[in-house]
Write a protein that binds this ligand. Structure first.
Ligand code: UDP
Ligand code: MG
Length: 169
C-alpha cells in the first residue's frame, strides 16, 4: 500500500451536532497521522471550487448551501489532512458510502447522516476519493506552511501583502 494523503472535512452538520470528537475518535482507529488541521469558514468561492465537478447535478445548489453553512446557520467546518498507507481507502471506509441510508450503520455517515426532505445527503464528513482528487482538494484548502510535511512541491514567493498580527497590550 502506498503512503498517501487524504482530505477530511467535518461538514457544518457535524459541528452543529457536536460530532467532531466522535468523528476524530473513529478516524483514529486507522492509525493514520494528522498532518494538518484547522477550523474555517467556507465561503462561496471555496465551496464552488471544491464541488466544481458536481456543478451540473440537480442537488448542486443545495450542496453549496450545505457546505457554506446556510442550511445549519453554522459556517464553520473542520478540515484535516490524514497521511499514511492506504489513507484514502481507510478514511472512506470509516466515512461510509455517500448515501447515509445505504451506508454501513457503524460508519460515520450511517450512524450520523440523514437525507433531507430536499433529497440532499447530509452526511457529516467529506473524504477524498482518489490521489489526484486528494491533491487538488488539499491544495485548495491548505497552504504549504499549514502542513507539517512537504506533501507536494512548493515555492517561496516574496509578497508585499497586508496580514493580521496580534495587537500589543
Ligand atoms: N450528494 C447528494 N446527493 C447525491 C450525491 C451526492 O446530496 O446523489 C452530496 C453529498 O453530501 C456528498 C456530496 O454531494 O457527500 C459530494 O458528492 P460525491 O459524489 O463526491 O460523494 P462523496 O465523495 O462525498 O461520497
Ligand atoms: Mg467526492
Amino acid at each position: 500500500m502506498e503512503e498517501e494523503a487524504t482530505l477530511v472535512i467535518i461538514k457544518p452538520d457535524g459541528l452543529k451536532k457536536s460530532l467532531t470528537g466522535n468523528v476524530l475518535s473513529r478516524l483514529s482507529e486507522t492509525k493514520l497521522k494528522i498532518i494538518g488541521s484547522k477550523v474555517i469558514k467556507v465561503n462561496r468561492d471555496l465551496a464552488e471550487k471544491h464541488y466544481s465537478h458536481l456543478k451540473k447535478e440537480p442537488f448542486y445548489p443545495e450542496l453549496i448551501k450545505y457546505i457554506t453553512g446556510a442550511l445549519h446557520g453554522e459556517n464553520r467546518v473542520m478540515a484535516l489532512i490524514y497521511w499514511g498507507k492506504g489513507a484514502i481507502g481507510k478514511v472512506r471506509e470509516i466515512a461510509g458510502t455517500t448515501n447515509p441510508e445505504e451506508a454501513e450503520p457503524v460508519s460515520v455517515r450511517g450512524a450520523y447522516g440523514r437525507i433531507l426532505t430536499t433529497g440532499l445527503f447530509e452526511n457529516v464528513i467529506h473524504a477524498s476519493s482518489s490521489p489526484s482528487e486528494a491533491e487538488r482538494e488539499i491544495k485548495l484548502w491548505f497552504d504549504p506552511g499549514e502542513i507539517v510535511m512537504d506533501l507536494y512541491p512548493s515555492r517561496q514567493v516574496d509578497l508585499n501583502l497586508k496580514t493580521r498580527v496580534w495587537q500589543e497590550k
